[in-house]
Design a protein around this ligand. Structure first.
Ligand SMILES: Cc1ncc(COP(=O)(O)O)c(C=O)c1O
Length: 382
């Protein structure tokens, strides 16, 4: 993984552990800062992707706040991040809205029904109210990650706007992308503007959601700057971006250890990390993570299936080959494991939860921020 001293981390970290490299985090933040400075956009961090609150003070030096998907995330942002808190969910309970109005600066509704039902609560609150719209323009290749897929419940389609009052609504929000470079945003923004542009004149802000891989090599930052400026200048709106992954990509690894090697038609290494508990997107999305010094099957002399310690037959991360045979006690680094991992873990089967650590390349210090024990497992049950 670019710019991370993985051998050093493997030597210092406990296993299992998520380790975030602060140098790479600062690198991503410098890129996002440049986008903010040049375009005038305000960038929020999507907590659903990355909620490692011990590093919020570093991120807060650059980003303006957070976007939250629930009262708990909003409270975490309010208490630990500071700055602006923008909240959205597909639907809220009345008690959610009451709480969110005390922790959020922006509250975004997903239907006119919820907007009107909770109007008496928000109208005098001072919180800026928005609506999530559905531009009905798909750029996604995987339906479960495409909010514009047919019959989507996410975002209000243009036809629903007929005869509705926008009194009190100050912003429009769309989120349609997933791990994309600039061009899909450009096309989506065009589809959005064609449908919803006429409403922007009466708005104070526009939120372009997340899914922008701004910090990935090859992202056209100049074009993003231009697009943001276009909306700011043409409609006089504040423009927000709320990426999650872009803050954390390339910053973290999951340290693991080989527990045993068994054989059933092929060599199978059983690790102290689990696909289902610690990197569920490998099964859900699905995707194949990188492993430092791990290669595609057959590319090197020793090929293994890597699996977790759980009872789930499908708790398999995939097949890799290595230069050397794997032995119990060997350490492996799964790459790019900071985002959509820590926030999605479970203690299914009572499996040891990975520690959460930072590594600072400037000082060479590996800090174990949090270790989890039996008490954490027990306290989620009763
Ligand atoms: C409404 C909303 N905003 C922001 C994000 C963050 O997206 P990403 O982490 O892909 O940038 C998501 C992700 O699902 C989202 O649903």
């Amino acid at each position: 993984m670019i710019g991370i001293d993985i051998p050093k981390i493997l030597e210092l970290a406990p296993s299992p552990a998520y380790v975030v490299d602060l140098g790479r985090l600062r690198h991503n933040l410098a890129i996002l800062d440049q986008v903010q400075q040049r375009s005038g956009a305000k960038i929020l961090m999507a907590l659903k992707a990355f909620s490692m609150w011990s590093v919020f003070p570093i991120i807060r030096e650059t980003l303006q706040g957070v976007c939250a998907s629930s009262p708990w995330e909003a409270r975490l942002g309010y208490e630990e991040f500071g700055g602006e808190v923008h909240s959205f969910a597909a639907a809220f309970k009345e008690e959610d809205v009451r709480e969110l109005l005390t922790t959020s600066n922006h509250l975004v509704f997903n239907s006119f029904h919820q907007l009107e039902r909770f109007r008496p609560l928000w109208e005098q609150s001072g919180v800026s109210i928005g609506l999530r719209v559905n531009p009905e323009h798909s750029e996604g290749h995987t339906p479960i990650y495409d909010p514009c897929a047919p019959k989507s419940r996410l975002g209000i389609p243009r036809r629903e706007f007929e005869d509705k009052s926008l009194a009190g609504v100050e912003g429009l929000h769309f989120h349609t992308l997933c791990e994309q470079l600039f061009e899909p945003l450009e096309r989506t923004a065009k589809a959005f503007e064609d449908k919803f542009g006429p409403f922007l004149a009466q708005m104070k802000w526009l939120n372009l959601g997340g899914g922008h891989h701004i910090t990935r090599e090859g992202y056209d930052i100049d074009a993003l700057v231009e697009l943001v400026r276009y909306f700011r200048e043409k409609y006089g709106v504040e423009v927000y971006l709320e990426p999650g992954e872009a803050i954390a990509i390339g910053t973290g690894i999951l340290v693991s250890e080989v527990l045993d090697v068994v054989h059933n038609e092929m060599d199978i290494a059983i690790l102290d990390v689990s696909a289902t508990c610690h990197m569920p997107d490998c099964l859900e999305m699905p995707y194949r993570p990188g492993i430092t010094n791990g290669f595609d099957p057959g590319e090197r002399s020793h090929t293994y299936r890597l699996g977790g310690p759980s009872c789930l037959a499908g708790d398999v991360i995939g097949d890799w080959s290595f230069d050397r045979p794997l032995q119990p006690g060997d350490r492996l680094a799964f790459e790019d494991m900071a985002h959509y991992t820590m926030v999605k873990t479970t203690t299914f089967n009572g499996i040891q939860h990975p520690a959460i650590c930072t590594y600072d390349p400037d000082t060479g210090e590996l800090r174990v921020v949090r270790k989890f024990g039996y008490g954490d497992f027990k306290s989620r049950l009763s």
